[in-house]
Design a protein. Sequence first.
Length: 121
Amino acid sequence: MEINELKQQKIWVCWRYEMQKGRRTKVSYNTKGYKTGTTEEYQSQWTTFDKASEAVELHQFDGVGLVLPSGIAGIDIDNIGADSELAQEVRVLMNTYEKLLQVAKAPITFLRWISIRYQFQ
């Protein structure tokens, strides 16, 4: 699945950094500015990437996030360049391809599982 296909799906939420229990955490919001969640009970509040991006500006959220659909996995490597040693190791280990997408200040790497085999000893 290409990133443009993901952008069209209603799997996107907005988020804002908030302090919870002494920790800075990302809290999910819908496009109307109300807190939401990422479990299926909140699915009716998710939206497309474009609408979530518009809401980021409107409500001054910190970024856009997504609820990964079945068959898609994501690895978020904050503050690490796409050509870094860690990013290269992840690509090799996961045997996959990536798409970079700017949803806030840090790029997010989307990965689709292609073939992963583990050998346990």
